[in-house]
Design a protein around this ligand. Sequence first.
Ligand code: ZN
Length: 221
Amino acid sequence: MSDRETAGGLIGLVQDYVNTVDLQDGPEELSSPNTLKEWLVARSLLEASAEVGAQDLKHAVALREAIRCVIGANSGTSVYPVDLATLNEAANASRLRARFGRDGKPRLEPEVQGVVGAMGRIVSAVFAAMAEPEWKRLKLCGSTSCRWAFFDRSRNHSSRWCTRTSRLNHAPPGPGFRVTYRKRSELGSPTNDPGANESGVCGGGGGGDPDCCLRVLRPDI
Ligand SMILES: [Zn+2]
């Protein structure tokens, strides 16, 4: 994924968590209790001595998908009560409490340790990230089979699809969009093309040669 689609700080942490799985093509980073533990410990969300079980993994994945749905609101999709309940349950179970740090700034911190506490820290990150003005730029790819979380740096916040080059099965362009084909050599790499909302290897026009051109989706303006 290109840097222009990656957020920093707490929004970036939330984005990273949601993107631990590629729903369309795989892989799933949170494939076992061990990989969940590694992910959380690497980000100082969990103590290295903590035990992580299968049920923890189930909760972590459920929380991740609930967060994905909440991000979807920035792309105009619905947030369901079950997702909000999942977030609220994680907040309650970890007993999030307001604390003021040495910097004088407030934050939510869990009273519970272990994976339950780590899930609380993720909810806390979502809570703080949503208060940032840039939150609205964190969106889900408009392809219903992709739903990758990307950071929309376009000037008018108009991006609807992630730009990963492996996307061959994104939804067809809706009204107001057109598909154009350009030679790969004209683009350099697809992520260097600021006008591209979606890129993939073209399926035709070049005799099946995957290096022939790139499919580029553009606003029809
Ligand atoms: Zn996508």
